[in-house]
Write a protein that binds this ligand. Structure first.
Ligand code: AMP
Ligand code: MG
Length: 405
């Protein structure tokens, strides 16, 4: 039986990006640059004014104060998007607006609030040192410099920079397609008439949602009955995807056909048990370049094991340099008593207290109990050997979504 960390490491190593593609800039949002972005142009592209006011030579206004202003003739204007202004002669000023080109010869801007205008003359009431309120060409970024390294997450902020560099499209890693194969004679789809003893194939929907949340493409195949030949055929079909995720049928009962079906297809399991709760039966294999994961059928177990073992791999395929969930330290709102022996992942939501986080369990922690899944913000890790944890002991938790309280 594998420990969680060993299983995670082994599984993560089997995932790697499947190839790059260029997508339109906005389609890259939330993905990761697969190549360095080298600046094509200086930013700013030309010297321009950061304020509305007057472009001057700093030396001409060095003595200006409110009590003894310096009067300068105003020789034209420069506005954003307007014509490039002529050079500024000594002892003159040019009306200028935010974003407008600074005329050659001028080296400072005096803000409008520090001036008074009288016809063609402006009284400068405040000195403005050289460089003041001038956004120099290339001062933010130089053409040829590294603007964004490969691996950068394309946030809205990164989009601003990419757009300013005329990047109509971006290079990103392709999104893997993930085959989702649910096994079980008892499964029916949402809305299908239910014979007694059947249940909705909720795993197919939950796993598809998790694949989407991870930024990848789910491909839900028809549920597989608990028969070897059908399971084999579905696995063969699923291998057209980049990753195969099965749920159910991976345990030790007579109707658990997944391991036999994989073996019959020549897919050797690396392991099939992890010392964890929920979710002990977790099978892992590689079929050529395609990682194959057999998750437990119990819906909570399937969901938690996807979180732990599939999601990081998918994020790695997308080029996420930190594919694993961040960890935070938490304490429990209520003490927990349990039977030790397996590392347990408690479903919890987090409440801020005294600069730290307190974990409140979201409900019954049974491996089939769905109500506790809906509001999960964190998976609190209880070490295998512990059978009691009080409310003052810090524990590690995987942070799944940012707490709202
Ligand atoms: P298994 O791992 O096949 O023994 O299934 C364990 C439990 O999970 C059983 O109660 C199954 O009915 C249930 N289960 C298996 N597959 C699914 C599924 N796709 N959706 C919801 N529940 C499932
Ligand atoms: Mg089953």
């Amino acid at each position: 039986m594998k420990e969680i960390d060993d299983a995670s490491r082994e599984i993560l190593a089997a995932f790697s990006p499947i190839g790059e593609e260029r997508v339109p800039l906005l389609s890259g949002l939330g993905r990761f640059l697969s190549r360095d972005l080298v600046a094509r142009t200086d930013l700013p592209g030309f010297d321009n004014s950061a304020m509305d006011g007057y472009a001057v030579r700093a030396a001409d206004v060095a003595s200006a104060t409110h009590a003894a202003p310096v009067a300068l003739p105003v020789v034209g204007e420069s506005r954003a998007g307007g014509p490039i202004p002529p050079a500024l002669a000594p002892r003159t000023a040019m009306r200028i607006f935010t974003g407008a080109p600074v005329p050659a010869g001028a080296d400072a801007i005096v803000i409008q609030e520090d001036t008074t205008r009288d016809g063609d003359v402006v009284a400068i009431r405040e000195a403005s040192p050289a460089g003041m309120h001038v956004r120099k060409q290339g001062s933010d970024l130089r053409a040829g410099a590294l603007a964004l390294p490969a691996g950068t997450r394309i946030t809205s902020g990164a989009v601003a920079l990419l757009a300013s560099q005329d990047a109509a499209s971006v290079s990103v890693q392709r999104r893997p397609r993930v085959a989702i194969l649910s096994t079980g004679d008892e499964l029916r789809d949402i809305g299908e008439p239910g014979r007694p003893g059947t249940i909705v194939n909720s795993n197919a929907y939950a796993l598809a949602a998790q694949v989407l949340e991870a930024g990848c493409e789910p491909w839900v195949l028809a549920p597989v009955p608990d028969r070897l030949e059908e399971a084999r055929a579905s696995i063969r079909a699923g291998l057209a995807a980049d990753v195969v995720v099965l749920s159910g049928g991976v345990s030790v009962g007579e109707y658990d056909v997944v391991r036999d079906a994989l073996a019959a297809e020549g897919i050797a399991l690396s392991f099939w048990k992890v010392r964890m709760k929920p979710g002990k039966p977790v099978a892992f294999a590689r079929a050529g370049r395609v990682p194959v994961l057999g998750l437990p059928g119990n819906p909570v177990s399937a969901w938690v094991t996807f979180e732990l073992f599939v999601r990081p791999g998918l994020r790695k395929m997308l080029g996420d340099p930190t594919p694993e969930r961040p960890r935070v330290r938490v304490t429990l709102a209520e003490p927990v008593r349990r039977k030790g022996g397996r590392t347990e992942l408690l479903r919890a939501r987090l409440v801020a207290r005294d600069g730290g986080w307190v974990a409140h369990l979201t409900g019954g922690q049974g491996s089939g109990s769905l109500p506790a899944l809906a509001g999960v913000e964190a998976l609190v890790i209880v070490p295998a050997e512990r059978d009691e944890v009080g409310t003052s002991e810090p524990l590690d938790a995987l942070l799944l979504s940012y707490p709202r309280r």
